[in-house]
Design a protein around this ligand. Structure first.
Ligand code: SF4
Length: 276
């Protein structure tokens, strides 16, 4: 979306629409204006996303230097302190001259959040932002993200493998399999009434504290290789309900509730009738 990686393929069709503009077809210079200003991105491990050779102050200050043209050192420091305080870094002024290795994992992730919300973007992409953190710090970071989201009226795309986190944090969820969204809708509805067999399999695989079972339920088989996808539905080799049509043809979207709920599975209608 943001062209951060070297191209490892080519775009043959489709668009990445953001506020009516196609990110996939923007020039490098146009994309540079979108990054940071309009879309921020928080990566999984701040230890590797921050530069180990620059102080925290230099890295936060860069945002104002390159995007707002601030060159006055005192002004850069003032703005950097302000944004570090916003993400609740204690004694922010004195921490400006520290290096990332002198911060704990949670504090480093706060710095990374500070850099990415400094310019009040409209969208913040969080790619597994709490995976490298322990559970209590995870909660603090989620709380902070929620506060910032409300304060700055910003949308968040939260990428996660953790269904509990998605249920706690998100309004809407899109379940992906083999590189495509297979089911989407309001998080509560999708988790309470999953329709796609993969969503159902994922939810069945979540261990329960209240119901004891000898064995955990797992989805049989392996994820397909993205360079060698099966024809038809990508989930068919693992799906107990697969038919010849599933193996031959990729399923169309089935939509209801004015498109709020969407499922890509040939059996959606049948399964919905069975539920009601
Ligand atoms: S389209 Fe067929 S194979 Fe794919 S999830 Fe639905 S039932 Fe299973």
């Amino acid at each position: 979306m943001l062209g951060l990686l070297p191209p490892n393929g080519r775009l043959v069709e489709g668009q990445v629409l953001f506020k009516g503009r196609d990110l996939a077809r923007m020039s490098k210079a146009e994309l540079e204006k979108v990054r940071g200003n309009e879309i921020g991105m928080i990566l999984q491990d701040a230890m590797t996303s921050l530069n180990p050779l620059l102080t925290i102050g230099e890295q936060v200050g860069e945002v104002f230097k390159y995007h707002q043209g601030v060159t006055n050192k005192a002004e850069l420091r003032r703005k950097s302190v302000e944004v570090l305080e916003k993400v609740k870094i204690p004694a922010a002024e004195s921490r400006l001259d520290s290096y990332p290795f002198q911060f704990s994992g949670g504090m480093r992730q706060r710095v990374s959040i500070a850099i990415n919300v400094a310019l009040s973007p409209d969208l913040l992409i969080c790619d597994e932002p709490t995976t490298a953190l322990d559970v209590t710090v995870q909660l603090q970071i989620l709380k902070l993200l929620r506060e910032l989201q409300q304060e700055q009226s910003m949308a968040i795309v939260f990428v996660t493998h953790d269904l509990h986190l998605a249920a706690q944090f998100c309004d809407d969820v899109a379940i992906m399999y083999g590189g495509r969204v297979v089911e989407s809708g309001p998080v509560r509805e999708v988790f309470e009434n999953p329709v796609h067999p993969y969503t159902e399999g994922l939810l069945n695989a979540v261990p329960s504290l209240s119901a004891y079972s000898e064995r955990l339920v797992a989805i049989p088989g392996q994820q397909p290789s993205l360079s060698n996808l099966p024809p038809g539905c990508r989930y068919a080799p693992r799906c107990s309900m697969a038919t010849d049509q599933c193996r031959a043809q990729y399923p169309d979207w089935f939509e209801w509730n004015e498109g709020e709920r969407r499922v890509a599975c040939w059996l959606t209608e049948e399964r919905l009738v069975g539920c009601h």
